[in-house]
Design a protein around this ligand. Sequence first.
Ligand code: CA
Length: 370
Amino acid sequence: MIDQRRLVKTFKQLVTIDSLSLKEGAIMRFLKKELAGLGWRAAFTGRPAGGEVGSLVFLVPGFKSKGPRLLLNAHVDTVVPGKGIKPIEKGGYITSDGSTILGADNKAGVAVILEILRIIKEKKLSHPPLQVLFTVAEEIGLVGAAALPPSAVKADFGLVLDGGEIDKVVCRAPNQYNFVARVYGRAAHAGIHPEEGINAIKAASAAIAKMKLGRIDQETTANIGMIHGGVATNIIPDEVEIRGEARSHRLAKVKKQIGQMEKTLQNECRRHGAVCKIRFARIYESFNIAETSPLMEKAIAGMKASGIRPKIAGTGGGSDANIFNALGVPSLIIGVGADNVHTTKERLAVRDLVRGAEIVLSIIKEFNRD
Ligand code: CA
């Protein structure tokens, strides 16, 4: 039923429009126009700070169906290097020319939603009411979804199209906390008055060396990802900035982990005579959708009807699904076939793109109610 040629064409068109996070103006103008051509008036909402545009949202009334309202979401932004993407189709795969990412994460999701909107209209398919939401700035920490006014997300269940294997349903994701720590020491000439200095880099390093990082347990991870400080080899550094994160599927565990990281920093700084100031931010909340929930039941049934045996999985990453779940809309993540994402070797199998669209359409049908 899916029009393969049209879907591939749309996908290629989408990836050639640059849309780095917060720079989604051009792609959103394109989408708004495409949607207008289909008769849908989409509106912008929730522009994040520093962003060109907000997310694009509209309602599609149910057709011959009284099913619950279903949110269809895909983020439109891509990671770097993502400017001037040239899609190349060869041997059943679409890749970039090797100098950029492809942007199948997540233009494949966007293309699939457009194709579904076209097909349900053309073939007059019965479908439940849909809320279509194209989000911005997902890749930089769900900034676009987080900027949405909560009232803008109005659905009973959600399908978030993003990323990998098309037979995968992600129903669990962790909590994440980020922190920025500034360690303050005292500057002094490293050769003449080293006794007068307090080395902020040394204090910070001592703390980091004592931290438990990496995989803490099956559902908890922690990382120090950035460290910046110092100005010259002959100056004892008086300031260093550390950025880190912790994630866990359990809130108590992530809080404990973050607490330990903070305590280690404070203790080591005190021991070195330095001062540490830490700012925390909860980036997103975890979710866990039971296999027996109506949403999972319908997703599994839709995949099976499409000839797929679903792989039910959790993820260690966050996505817009975390935000929708926190807003009270139970939402799953469905893969769209993107492979080697966030690298210049990213690729998309044409077969997966088409199958992915069929699967999503099949899941939507499961929500139909007379
Ligand atoms: Ca993504």
